[in-house]
Design a protein around this ligand. Structure first.
Ligand code: NAD
Length: 245
C-alpha cells in the first residue's frame, strides 16, 4: 500500500505552517502544499486527504474537486456562509469530512462541559460568551464562540440566529432571560481565548479556555486526518475524533 499523504491548503498562513510542523511531528507525509494562486487539482491528485486552513471563500472549489477525486477532507476554516455550509453537508454524503470550529482537546472538553453546565444550572442563569483573538483575525465572532452559542441555544431550545445578541451598546434596556450574548475582542497576538459566563443573582460560574499555541489546533487537525483514513463518507467533528460522543 502506498504511503498516506496530506495536502495542506493555506500552507503559507499561520495555521498552514503549524500543520506542516505537526504532520512532521506525527510522522505523516505532506505530499503537496498550496496557497493563493496555486493550482488545486494536480496537488490533490497526489494526496489522500486535505487539511484546509485557507479561507472559507476557497471552500466551494475545494469541495467540488475533493468529491470529484474522492479525497477525504479536514476543514478548519471558519466564517462560512449558509450556502457554503450546505455545500459541506452535501459533499459529506460522498466523501468523509471532519469539520470543526476548533481542533484542540481542551476546547472540545470545554464544549462538553458547557453542555453539562447549561443542563445542570437550569434556566435561571443568564448566558454570555466572550472571545478574544489576535488583531489579524478576519471573522467575528470566532467559529468556536459560535459553536459555544449553538450548544447553549440547543440546551435552552433557542435559535442561534434569532436569540443571539452581538454586543450591547446604547440604550437597549435590560437583557431578556431568553437571549444569549456573544462578545468578540480583537487585539495583539492572542491565539484564542473563550469564556462562557453563567450568571444568576448571587452567584456566577465561568468556564474558560486559553490557547497559547497554534500547535494544539494543528496537532488535532493531523490527528483528525489520520482518523479519517478508514472512515466511510459522512460529516464528523472533533468530538467524533476524540471519542467524546
Ligand atoms: P492566515 O491568514 O494566516 O492564513 C491563511 C492562508 O490561506 C494564507 O497564506 C492565504 O494566502 C491562504 N489562502 C487564502 N485564500 C486561499 C485560496 N483561495 N487558496 C489557497 N490558499 C489561500 O490565517 P490563519 O490564522 O492561518 O487561519 C486560517 C483559517 O483557519 C481561518 O478561517 C481561521 O479562522 C481558521 N482557524 C481555525 C482553527 C480551528 O481550530 N478550526 C484554528 C485557527 C484558525
Amino acid at each position: 500500500m502506498s504511503e498516506f499523504k496530506l495536502l495542506v491548503t493555506g500552507s503559507k498562513g499561520r495555521m498552514g505552517q503549524a500543520v506542516i510542523s505537526a504532520a512532521q511531528a506525527q510522522g505523516v507525509a505532506v505530499g503537496a502544499t498550496i496557497d493563493l494562486g496555486d493550482a488545486l487539482a494536480p496537488a490533490l491528485e497526489k494526496c489522500d486527504c486535505v487539511i484546509d486552513f485557507s479561507s472559507h471563500h476557497f471552500t466551494d472549489e475545494l469541495l467540488t474537486e475533493a468529491v470529484k477525486l474522492k479525497k477525504s477532507l479536514v476543514i478548519g476554516t471558519t466564517g462560512h456562509t449558509d450556502e457554503e455550509l450546505a455545500h459541506i453537508r452535501e459533499a459529506s454524503k460522498v466523501i468523509p469530512v471532519v469539520f470543526a470550529s476548533n481542533f484542540s482537546v481542551g476546547v472540545n472538553t470545554l464544549f462538553w462541559l458547557t453542555r453539562k453546565a447549561t443542563e445542570l444550572l437550569g434556566p435561571d442563569f443568564d448566558l454570555e460568551v466572550i472571545e478574544m483573538h489576535h488583531r489579524m483575525k478576519k471573522d467575528a465572532p470566532s467559529g468556536t464562540a459560535r459553536t459555544l452559542v449553538e450548544i447553549l441555544a440547543d440546551v435552552r431550545g433557542l435559535s442561534y440566529d434569532s436569540d443571539c445578541r452581538h454586543g450591547r451598546f446604547g440604550d437597549v434596556g435590560a437583557r431578556t432571560p431568553k437571549e444569549i450574548g456573544v462578545h468578540a475582542l480583537r487585539g495583539g497576538d492572542v491565539v484564542g481565548d473563550h469564556t462562557v459566563v453563567f450568571a444568576n443573582v448571587g452567584e456566577r460560574v465561568e468556564l474558560t479556555h486559553k490557547a497559547s499555541s497554534r500547535d494544539t489546533f494543528a496537532g488535532g487537525a493531523v490527528r483528525a486526518a489520520r482518523w479519517l483514513a478508514d472512515k466511510p463518507a459522512g460529516l464528523y467533528d472533533m468530538q467524533d475524533v476524540l471519542g467524546l460522543k
